[in-house]
Design a protein around this ligand. Structure first.
Ligand code: PMP
Length: 392
């Protein structure tokens, strides 16, 4: 009788069916994926060089150009999440020894500075006054003092719920010989951004927020100035996987025959294509208005519940993610757990500098509805009634 050579048995957990409960994802992302996008991701595979897949990639590229409001030829989706696009932007645009100025208005600035330092760039992080209309002054000082080749800033700071105004910043950077790199992972489709008109040189986002696709692909685009800077590099980018020269070719951005670079996450691309198609069908302006209106309804309802909005100034609020101060007498973890256990709704606590201070409620893409605002307000009212601690 043959004795098995196996010393590790099949795991019991894998012999049970996959369990995925129904939840309303009203955290800062991912957001729920509507049936049309789920169906697209569940389609049968094709080869990553098949003409039909290349056609889908061309459609994604056109969808990103629309969502970003750009004519940039070098526009594509990274096979990875928002962090991957962030790293791709840094490691292609900058070389060892370059100086980058990072505007830190929350965790994403902190992470950008970390990435820059790991790559050997002389990262100069600057705290600044987010949402403050006088921001060009803070940046002007940084641009003059540090003479960076790139300024990084987050448009929608998901850790604090602040929307950073960008007007005039691209022009200011260009006057100082600096390129502007913007993170719009949490804001794209939810708040206006105009890559070309605002003179943004590199813009990236993610698939799992307003676009309502699963995480795993990240739109990115480079201006001509950014492209030229990359072409002048003395050294190759330190990542093969994220090398924009290779990616530009695979995405058909360089006019050369397309070559295999990596096996693209084809089904993620199908989903992203549908997310971008839904945004194109709705129209950017309607999408911005939808996020504005539902965020306003949420903010009013939260104030009516006696909760304090973290971002005081209305125009500085990110329409996709609303932050409230953790109410006095409550533990933020109790509130989150209550909503999850009793209402199957996800909201989250703070992140990075806002941990312990805020609760975050996201209304993104198809999750941004008046009905969902009512649902989360009802759930919060229940939580306020049930979660108060006698002593903290
Ligand atoms: N930037 C911002 C503003 C984000 O909100 C996030 C995700 N929360 C990221 C970057 C990172 O994206 P990912 O989690 O998809 O890597």
């Amino acid at each position: 009788m043959a004795t098995s050579l196996l010393r590790v048995p099949p795991p019991q957990s894998l012999l049970r069916p996959l369990a995925v409960p129904e939840r309303l994802l009203l955290g800062p992302g991912p957001s729920n994926v509507p049936p049309r996008i789920l169906a697209a991701g569940g389609r049968q595979l094709l080869g990553h060089m098949h003409p039909e897949v290349l056609q889908v990639m061309d459609e994604i590229k056109a969808g990103i150009q629309y969502a970003f409001q750009t004519q940039n030829r070098l526009t594509l989706a990274i096979s990875g999440t928002g962090h991957c696009a962030m790293e791709a932007a840094f490691l292609n645009l900058l070389e060892h020894g370059d100086t980058v100025l990072v505007a830190v208005n929350g965790i994403w600035g902190q992470r950008a500075a970390d990435i820059a330092r790991r790559l050997g760039m002389l990262g100069t992080a600057g705290q600044h006054c987010p949402g403050d209309g006088h921001f060009p002054l803070c940046f002007m000082q940084g641009l003059v003092r540090h003479k960076p080749s790139v300024l990084f800033i987050t448009h929608g700071e998901s850790s604090t719920g602040v929307l950073q105004p960008l007007e005039g910043l691209g022009k200011l950077c260009h006057r100082h010989g600096c390129l502007l790199l913007v993170d719009a992972v949490a804001s794209l489709g939810g708040a206006p951004i105009f890559m070309d008109q605002q003179e943004i040189d590199v813009l990236y986002s993610g698939s799992q927020k307003v676009l309502n696709a699963p995480p795993g692909s990240a739109p990115i685009s480079f201006s001509n100035q950014a492209r030229e800077k990359m072409l002048r590099r003395k050294t190759k980018p330190p990542s093969f996987y994220l090398d924009m020269g290779w990616l530009a070719n695979y995405w058909g951005c360089d006019g050369e025959p397309r070559r295999y670079h990596h096996t693209a996450p084809i089904n993620s691309f199908f989903s992203l294509r549908e997310g971008l198609a839904m945004l194109a069908e709705l129209g950017l302006e309607s999408s911005w208005e939808r996020h504005r209106a539902n965020c306003a309804q949420l903010c009013k309802g939260l104030s009516d519940l006696g909760l304090e909005l973290f971002v005081k100034e209305e125009k500085a609020r990110l329409p996709t993610i609303t932050t409230i101060r953790v109410p006095e007498g409550y533990d933020w973890k109790d509130i989150i757990a209550f909503l999850m256990d009793n209402h199957a709704i996800e909201i989250t606590g703070g992140l990075g500098p806002s941990v312990g201070k805020v609760l975050r409620i996201g209304l993104m893409g198809c999750n941004s509805t008046s009905g969902n605002v009512d649902r989360v307000l009802r759930a919060l009212r229940d939580a306020l009634g049930c979660c108060r601690r006698s002593r903290l």
